[in-house]
Design a protein around this ligand. Structure first.
Ligand SMILES: CC(=O)N[C@H]1[C@@H](OP(=O)(O)OP(=O)(O)OC[C@H]2O[C@@H](n3ccc(=O)[nH]c3=O)[C@H](O)[C@@H]2O)O[C@H](CO)[C@H](O)[C@@H]1O
Ligand SMILES: [Mn+2]
Length: 269
């Protein structure tokens, strides 16, 4: 429930949501959530927003920032939103390879954080779009800088973490270092902290590209490197990022945000 640097690990029943809601409402906190729906991934947007309206930050002001190269198609969804909640469609370029689409999210989040989000929200939550909410995800996740345990590795020991192991890469992590294996698909924090993380990851990727290196798990590898030396102030348990292909272990009392099954080849090409 607590890391050795005193960051809480958020599991069901470790917090009282009424106390937290009162505190965050008192501060008038506004929350932004970023998702990318590039090319065929626009098919995921409808369910993502619909389920977020039920489960994500209920009762709070939320801006959905949907980055897409197909704005018209995304608009066709005619979202029905609760009070205080808005969909904002941001037109961005697309990239040919899915790996680069995934990695370029860092650059785009960084740029919009500085230009726009900073004026509109107090916290940013950055997630994958091929997901749906199936239980509450509320202000208990918010902190200066938060990351999420990857559902494949929360029980694994360090030697099994799939960090980048080539010393030439900016994402390199030595064998005897590393706290957790964090997932690329759910991180966030204050605007300042998200700016620092995304700026670091983008610059590291560009440096590697110049050397013709792409880290093993793309953006996720660079996030893991960043979190090693800039420890998150809160860590989300796999309740917040689950994939039903892993079954439902006893430790998992809630599945709050779950991968939507996809045909990888069909959707990425
Ligand atoms: C749940 C989780 O931790 N997911 C991570 C995992 O892969 P995933 O296998 O879940 O990657 P993915 O196919 O979902 O791609 C990541 C994200 O990029 C966006 N996208 C991708 C391709 C495309 O054509 N259009 C598009 O919009 C979309 O928002 C998608 O959710 O590893 C990736 C890097 O390898 C990223 O770190 C993901 O965040
Ligand atoms: Mn995904």
């Amino acid at each position: 429930m607590m890391t050795p640097w005193f960051a809480p690990i958020v599991w069901n029943s470790t917090y009282n949501i009424d106390i937290l809601n009162a505190q965050f409402h008192q501060r008038g906190v506004r929350i932004g959530i970023t998702v990318f729906a590039i090319k065929k991934y626009i098919v995921f947007v409808k369910k993502f927003v619909e389920t977020a309206e039920k489960f994500f930050m209920a009762g709070f002001d939320v801006n959905y920032y949907i980055f897409t190269d197909r704005a018209e198609d995304v608009r066709q969804n005619n979202f029905t939103l609760n009070k205080g909640r808005r969909v904002i469609i941001l037109e961005v370029p697309s990239y040919e390879r899915w790996q680069e689409v995934s990695m370029r999210r860092m650059e785009m989040i960084r740029n919009y954080t500085q230009e726009r989000f900073i004026n509109e929200v107090n916290y940013l939550v950055c997630v994958d779009v091929d997901m749906e909410f199936s239980d509450d995800v509320g202000v208990e996740i918010l902190s200066d800088l938060f990351g999420t345990m990857h559902p494949s590795f929360y029980e694994a020991s360090r030697q099994h973490f799939t960090y980048e192991r080539r010393p030439e890469s900016e994402a390199y992590i030595p064998d005897d270092e590393g706290d957790f294996y964090y997932a690329g698909g759910f991180f966030g924090g204050t605007l300042e902290e998200v700016y620092k993380l995304t700026n670091y990851c983008h610059n590291a990727m560009i440096t590697d590209m110049g050397k013709n290196i792409e880290a093993r798990w793309h953006d996720e590898s660079y996030i893991n490197k960043y979190f090693l030396y800039h420890k998150p102030t809160k860590i989300l348990s796999p309740e917040y990022l689950w994939d039903n292909r892993f079954g439902v272990p006893g430790i998992l009392k809630r599945r709050r945000f779950v991968a939507v099954p996809k045909d990888h080849n069909a959707i990425r090409n």
